[in-house]
Structure formats: structure tokens, C-alpha cells
Design a protein around this ligand. Structure first.
Ligand SMILES: [Zn+2]
Length: 254
């Protein structure tokens, strides 16, 4: 049984909330690269991403970062069947980075910080039960929705906090709200991803991509296995270093 997706506040209110979150509680980074870094990440995440994403990355000898929301474990959402404890364990054992979302996929712009922290603790506990040796070093805000208070509260706990505002991360950009580009939106979305890869190549920076479901009939937030492969093909052509978020943080010396 699928559930309807939650949509964060839109309109002017949503825009102002997002702008306020963007401009405050920043942790700007400084780095220079000779060639781009690209991180391929997965949010939530559906089983279809594990099946297709893991295989496609491993064909190229690459590792990904998987932002897990434990409340979805073995469940079913609008993305389809979701990851299992076994997926968490086997991904971690294969060297992929398991990173932190929240247990309940919380909208941080609308949740008091104490409740957000409790939900992150619950997520971390559940993920550690699946894979006891996990170190959760990086975090993604569900829906990309942040607040200055949540950025401040989480910056001591995680190396980076990721949003969903598209762009390439460069000097001056915010470790507390990393830019990231969704692999979604059909042909137009694919074209945008390819443009951002070109942008990261022309002026080397750190590009983070994120995927949700990867299936033949994807949701608005997903892509097909063929589209995913076309993205990886472009990443390979860019001669970027393909690194997990954890390894990218080390590479830029953040
Ligand atoms: Zn998410």
C-alpha cells in the first residue's frame, strides 16, 4: 500500500523560510581542485535504488553515499518497496557510506530542534542495529528543508549537512547546507544533470548528485535504470574523482 508523498511549504512563505535557512548558520568551505569531485548519493532509499544503483556503481568500481531514513525500513512508500536492514548491512560491508537522514523523514523547517535531534538519535540507533560498526558522519535534510537552528544543532555532530538546492559546491559554499542535484524529472531533468556535470568539469568543484527510485516507471523524484546509466556515463567522461561524501570531505580538507 503506497502512501502519498509529503510536500513541504510552497509559495512565498516556503521561499522565505528556505532563504533564511540558506543565509544563516553557515560553515563556508575553502578548497581548490584540479579536477572535479562527484559524489553519487541516494536518499531514503528504495530497494530499486539498491538493486540498480549499487550494481551500476560497482560495475565502474565506484561507491555511493546512502542517506537512510530508518522509519522506511522494509516499508512501502510512493517510491515503492524500501530498503531493508540487510541492504544497510551489505552496502556498508561493501564499503559504501551509510549516512544519516532522520527516522521519520522530518521536515526540519517545521520541527522543534529537540524533536529533530530525538528523531536523528532514533535513526542512528536503528541503523546501528542493522550494522553495528557504522559511523554516521554526514547528514541530509529530508526534503532539503533546514532552519538556522537545526543547522547550528547538527554541525557539531556531522561533517556535512546536505540540502537539495541544485549547484556545484565551491569555495564559499556552505558545509551546513551542501548543494545537490537530483537525478529525476525525465529528459529535462537528465539534461539538467548533464549540464551540472559540465559545469563541475569546466570550473572544478564538488558536485553531489542524489537519486531516489530507479525503476522503469519512476516517480517524479526518480529515474529509469537507463537514465541513471546515462548519468554515470557522463560522470565517467568528466574524469571526475567519484567519491563518497565522506571521502570527498577528506579530499577537500574540510
Ligand atoms: Zn529523503
Amino acid at each position: 500500500m503506497s502512501v502519498q508523498p509529503y510536500i513541504p511549504s510552497g509559495g512565498l512563505t516556503g521561499k522565505l523560510v528556505r532563504m533564511n535557512a540558506r543565509l544563516r548558520a553557515r560553515r563556508p568551505m575553502t578548497f581548490a581542485l584540479d579536477r572535479p569531485i562527484i559524489s553519487i548519493t541516494f536518499d531514503d532509499f528504495p530497494r530499486s535504488a539498491v538493486t540498480h544503483g549499487r550494481a551500476a556503481l560497482s560495475n565502474r568500481g565506484w561507491l555511493g553515499t546512502w542517506y537512510a531514513a530508518s522509519g522506511f525500513t522494509a516499508g512501502d512508500t510512493h517510491h515503492g518497496a524500501m530498503m531493508t536492514c540487510d541492504d544497510i548491512r551489505t552496502l556498508a560491508e561493501a564499503g559504501h557510506e551509510i549516512a544519516c537522514h532522520t527516522h521519520s523523514h522530518t521536515d526540519s523547517a517545521r520541527t522543534p530542534v529537540e524533536a529533530l535531534l530525538a528523531d536523528i538519535d532514533r535513526n542512528a540507533d536503528a541503523l546501528h542495529q542493522a550494522a553495528p560498526a557504522l559511523k554516521l558522519e554526514n547528514y541530509a535534510f529530508p526534503f532539503g528543508e533546514a532552519s538556522p537552528a537545526s543547522k547550528t544543532a547538527l554541525q557539531a555532530r556531522f561533517s556535512t549537512l546536505r540540502g537539495v538546492r541544485p549547484g556545484v559546491n565551491r569555495t564559499g559554499d556552505d558545509l551546513n547546507l551542501l548543494k545537490a542535484v537530483g537525478i529525476d524529472g525525465g529528459q529535462d531533468g537528465l539534461d539538467r544533470v548533464l549540464d551540472w556535470i559540465g559545469d563541475a568539469q569546466r570550473k572544478p568543484g564538488w558536485l553531489i548528485l542524489y537519486a531516489h527510485d530507479i525503476q522503469d516507471s519512476p516517480t517524479d523524484w526518480g529515474c529509469t535504470p537507463r537514465e541513471f546509466e546515462m548519468v554515470l556515463e557522463a560522470v565517467a567522461r568528466s574524469a571526475a574523482d567519484v567519491l563518497t561524501v565522506r571521502d570527498a570531505v577528506k579530499a577537500i580538507g574540510a
